[in-house]
Design a protein around this ligand. Structure first.
Ligand code: SF4
Ligand code: SF4
Length: 351
């Protein structure tokens, strides 16, 4: 398994043999896929397993997969506790319904895998923690130019429609990661996790060859350590201005930091196959923090602080450093793009 060698392996029995008419055979382990607050890209990754999905479908009994199969919540409620071998849950937890479903799946599952950046770290939906429900509803349902809503109606948990009551799940003020809601056994990082890591994880689960609980199923090294541009990465950076990728003609081989463009490679776990770097785009950090780092954004700030601040050979004045930093568009969103909900601060404190 790619990269798992860095982690301590432990055998975890997933299924017990059960008798069949022809003799003793292995019962197919039951597997569930579920999505919470996410874009659907993680579901695409499962489809992107291509022909390998047939091997998966042959080896397991899929009991829930809302994007592809018509199972209902009552089908899961009818299972015994722990009957599902593993649930792969993507997306962060924003709605009351999502909280209920992940708690139900936790009770019914032997293992729960936080599948993808949003379940693991909050991901892009976690950026909602820079604001709150009231401001999101105000913007989305009242201010966006394409919205026509003269009565200013926003979603309600209960609406009386005369002949009955319509209900919607509560939209929480704060986005939570999966492990802030239920205990999680393993984490598959990425936006989305690449198919090879997904297949490695499925194979490890089926063979009962999983690392210690709580492990991130990806290599421990930082992206910079495996990046093809690492040799051109500067120890110290001498730039007058931080640029966004579309503001410069990017050299396809030179480190982005050397070109004055922020790349989160030093603060991000490897394992993605350098997908963005190969497409001549800097890393945005979707694989989360490297092993042992609690707060990816804080690590990124510390990385930037250590490389910025030179004017030629001279140290920049505090005033010039301040101007340089002010030139970063959306600094908090840049360093916490995928990990705000999992950060030490978790959210902006609102008035
Ligand atoms: S900062 Fe980005 S481009 Fe530079 S070596 Fe690290 S990952 Fe590669
Ligand atoms: S380069 Fe960075 S943002 Fe892009 S896929 Fe890899 S970890 Fe994610």
């Amino acid at each position: 398994m790619q990269g798992f060698e860095v982690l301590r392996l432990a055998r975890v029995p997933v299924v017990e043999p059960v008798p069949s008419k022809k003799g003793v055979s292995m019962a197919k382990p039951k597997v569930a896929f579920y999505w919470c607050a996410s874009c659907g890209g993680c579901e695409e990754t499962v489809v992107d397993l291509n022909e390998d999905i047939l091997k998966v479908a042959d080896a397991v009994d899929i009991v829930l997969w809302p994007v592809a199969l018509d199972f209902k919540r009552k089908d899961i409620e009818a299972l015994s506790d722990g009957e599902i071998a593993v649930s792969f849950i993507n997306g962060s937890v924003r709605l009351e319904e999502q909280e209920e479903m992940v708690k139900l799946l936790r009770a019914k599952s032997g293992l729960v895998v936080a599948f993808g950046a949003c379940a693991y770290l909050g991901g892009i939906p976690g950026l909602g923690n820079f604001t709150n429900r009231e401001e999101i509803f105000q913007r989305v349902y009242k201010e966006v130019p394409s919205v026509e809503n003269p009565e200013g109606i926003v979603p309600q948990v209960k609406t009386d429609i005369g002949v009955g009551e319509l209900t919607l799940p509560e939209f929480y003020d704060t986005v939570k990661t999966l492990d802030q809601t239920i205990p999680v056994d393993y984490y598959l990082p990425g936006c989305p996790p690449p198919p090879n890591l997904v297949m490695d994880a499925v194979t490890a689960i089926l063979k009962g060859e999983l690392p210690e609980k709580g492990a991130v199923l990806a290599p421990a090294k930082a992206l910079c350590d495996v990046c093809s541009r690492a040799e051109s990465k500067p120890e110290k950076l001498s730039i007058a201005e931080i640029k966004r990728p579309w503001e410069v003609k990017l050299d396809p081989e030179e480190c982005f930091l050397a070109q004055g463009v922020i790349c989160l490679g030093p603060a991000t776990r490897s394992g993605c196959g350098e997908t963005c770097i190969k497409a001549n785009m800097p890393c945005r950090g979707c694989f989360g923090p490297v092993e042992g780092v609690v707060d990816q954004g804080a690590k990124a700030i510390s990385m930037l602080a250590s490389i910025l601040g030179l004017d030629g050979e001279e140290k920049m004045s505090d005033e010039d450093v301040k101007k340089l930093i002010e030139g970063i568009a959306d600094p908090a969103g840049t360093v916490y793009r995928f990990s705000l909900a999992a950060s030490l601060l978790r959210r902006k404190r609102m008035k």
